[in-house]
Write a protein of this length. Structure first.
Length: 202
């Protein structure tokens, strides 16, 4: 098997990006890690016994901070995003992870590999998961069953009458999206989505 075929899709993307970058001083830690992994395998090593050198001098938290914009209400990931799922990604010790999981693990003081199998890191209520939010306070650990149930609730579509009520209350300025979510059920993301719906007055 070719070495390049032993890399994940995200790792191949990072490897190619590293070799397209003419100024290697501009390469990210993820690019350097994957290139080092490739060279390690080329020299007869395996993924299992690979010990990254380039980024090992910095803590995981320092690497997370490098790719996090903390200027807004939600901290936003500015690093690499997966080509297949569009989620924030970061490579730790030669393994590519969803950044949400690494951020959550760091926030509770454990290694990302210690998070229980069958659980997913989910956004609680900020509604900005798709926007790359990596704010620790916005993250929670759910079982797959809990996550699927929450996703179904977030996809809930309100009746036109309910949407008009929600939009009217929000327009008064007396209610936040989170308060409306608690009143009508669902998540803040659900309310945000319905606030943007066009409904005809009857």
């Amino acid at each position: 098997m070719r070495i390049i075929d032993q890399l994940t899709d995200e790792e191949r993307e990072l490897y190619n990006a590293y070799h397209r970058e003419p100024d290697k001083s501009l390469a990210t830690d993820e690019m350097r890690d994957v290139n080092a992994l490739y060279n390690h395998i080329y020299q007869g090593g395996t993924r299992e016994n690979y010990e990254p050198q380039g980024s090992n001098s910095r803590t995981i938290q320092e690497r997370l901070d490098q790719y996090t914009d903390k200027t807004g209400a939600c901290w936003v990931w500015t690093g690499n995003y997966g080509s297949s799922d569009g989620r924030p990604r970061i490579t730790i010790n030669g393994v590519n992870h969803v950044a949400y999981r690494v951020v959550y693990a760091e926030s509770i003081g454990v290694d990302v590999t210690e998070l229980p199998d069958g659980h997913e890191v989910d956004h609680i209520s900020c509604g900005n998961g798709g926007g790359g939010c990596v704010t620790p306070e916005c993250l929670q650990l759910l079982t797959k069953k809990e996550h699927d149930a929450k996703s179904a609730l977030e996809r809930r579509i309100f009746t036109d009458e309910a949407v008009r009520e929600i939009q009217g209350l929000y327009a008064t300025g007396n209610y936040t999206q989170q308060q409306l979510a608690e009143i009508y059920g669902g998540s803040r993301a659900t309310i945000c989505r319905n606030l943007k719906r066009n409904v005809e007055n009857s």
